[in-house]
Design a protein around this ligand. Structure first.
Ligand code: IMP
Length: 405
């Protein structure tokens, strides 16, 4: 990295899991601020602390450096109970979280979002996205519908109740309201930390009215808000002040370019902008000095969707075992493929030309290593982005659409 650089971004160049976290861990000590802009606890990043293995989902791993302020920007969707669990576990391991700051404008993932995430996936059948099931898409949809609940709303019981009841009324048709209590119970994580939540939801009984459900959810999320209150800050102002003071700032991207809602393999994407643009909107930051895209020396993808260089022979087992290619959040085995230079070319156009390649060592031992430089289109003739696609056409520029790939 250039010495004079002050605000540096680390972004995923593929479908996530490129090793961004490792780079952030390594670099964090050189920075005063580390910020996340998008996504939620769909992300997962395993590190080995002195106490052993630890998986971060929401909080940047730089939190273990007391002198580094860790910021969660307005572009995130935050499950308050998952956040509180992460804070508790870190505190129990002896790490202070006094250096954590959360935007009051970030949106909240509520239990009903997780119910919606799962039922939307079920309804899609074989066309499912393969989401992480953490309820990411629905709060982003609410945000765009201008009916989302933000962290600041958790701090005002009246406002919170009004927003929750309105959301329940609007979403009523997409819920099986007869089984709503059992649906809410299904999406509560098994961990003992969430036992209180399970008990409270159970107390609703079989057929609660919407207002009873809204009342209980208000109590639960208001109590979470009271605990989170201490961490809430104006993230844009903090970043602005840090830049004025000439502090080094590290921006930690989540997921990867091809999971970006606009630039990725739509619709098999996440619901936020995981490319460079997401950093600007998700943090309200005025400038970024250096941007690095991280690529694995091969490619992986979790969930459904196109994957041009996917490997379908025994090499997958080799890469999966040697590279430990299992999802940090869901434990799902990752799909594996060869390095795809069409993607790197695309990433360079969107995120900029600087790249870091990780996990090259995993390829050692393989007799043949393949690299893809272009695709051959095999589908029916069609128009896409103003061009005619016909069988046999050679594609050098990544077409970000699942019907072409
Ligand atoms: P969602 O973000 O849970 O809605 O999932 C949408 C798609 O993004 C699915 O294919 C997920 O597997 C994928 N995804 C979300 N977060 C990550 C991640 O951190 N690493 C890899 N894939 C992810």
């Amino acid at each position: 990295m250039e010495k004079k650089a002050k605000t540096v971004a680390i972004l995923g160049g593929q479908w996530g899991d490129e090793g961004k976290g490792k780079i952030v861990d390594w670099a964090a000590g050189y920075f005063s601020v580390c910020a996340r802009a998008t996504g939620g606890n769909n992300a997962g990043h395993t590190v080995y602390l002195k106490e052993g293995k630890h998986v971060f989902h929401l909080i940047p791993s730089a939190i273990t450096w007391e002198k580094v302020d860790c910021l969660l920007g307005n572009g995130l969707v935050i499950d308050p109970f998952v956040l509180l669990q992460e804070i508790k576990v870190l505190n129990e391991k002896g790490y202070t979280t006094n250096n954590l700051f959360i935007s009051g404008q970030a949106h909240v993932i509520l239990l009903y979002h997780k119910v919606m995430d799962l039922s939307l996936e079920k309804a899609k059948g074989t066309g499912k996205i393969g989401t992480t099931g953490r309820g990411i898409g629905p709060p982003y949809a609410d945000k765009m519908h201008r009916q989302g609940i933000r962290i600041n709303d958790l701090l005002d019981k009246k406002v919170l109740y009004e927003k929750i009841i309105q959301n329940l009324i609007d979403k009523k048709s997409s819920f099986d309201t007869d089984n709503f209590t059992s649906k809410l119970l299904e999406v509560i994580p098994a961990d003992h930390f969430f036992d209180f939540l399970r008990q409270e939801i159970q107390s609703l009984g079989n057929k609660p009215s919407l207002s009873e459900t809204a009342q209980l959810l208000t109590e639960l999320y208001f109590s979470a808000g009271k605990k989170i209150f201490l961490y809430v800050a104006d993230i844009h102002q903090k970043l602005d002040a840090a830049q004025v003071l000439g502090k080094n700032i590290l921006l930690e991207g989540a997921q990867g370019l091809l999971l970006d809602i606009d630039q990725g393999t739509y619709p098999f994407v996440t619901s936020s902008n995981s490319s460079l643009g997401g950093l600007n909107t998700g943090l309200g930051i005025s400038h970024i000095d250096e941007v690095y895209s991280i690529f694995k020396a091969y490619t992986t993808r979790v969930g459904s969707g196109p994957f041009p260089t996917e490997i379908n022979d025994e090499t997958v087992q080799y890469l999966r075992e040697k590279g430990q290619e299992f999802g940090s959040t869901t434990g799902r085995p990752r799909r594996c493929g060869w390095f795809d230079a069409v993607i790197t070319r695309y990433a360079s156009g969107i995120n900029g030309p600087k790249a870091i390649i990780t996990k090259l060592d995993i390829l050692s031992g393989l007799k043949t290593i393949k690299i893809c430089n272009s695709y051959r289109y095999l589908g029916p003739k069609r128009l896409f982005n103003g061009e005619i696609y016909f069988k046999g056409k050679i594609i050098r520029d990544f077409p970000a659409d699942s019907t072409i790939l």
